[in-house]
Unconditional design. Sequence first.
Length: 94
Amino acid sequence: MSGQVREAPNLATPLRSSELESRVLERHWTVAEVAEAWQLSRDAVRRLFQNEPGVFALRDTNPRRRKRPYVTLRIPQSVLERVHRQYSLVNSHL
């Protein structure tokens, strides 16, 4: 992760076009990449990020082909940093 830390966005406030462009163009991580970087299982990473604001959840448009719905997650760099910071703060107080 980069040394630059950004605050989590206020999701109720519309983004300026420059902010929106930077969010669209920022690095987006796969579950496998985060799992490898953080040395966690893919399932653990999915549980951490599945309901996190700002994460892209791409759902299968034809769920009848599978026994359960298939969801692909893409995790923006800013969300990755925010979650890491949240868990670092929690664990620093233990």
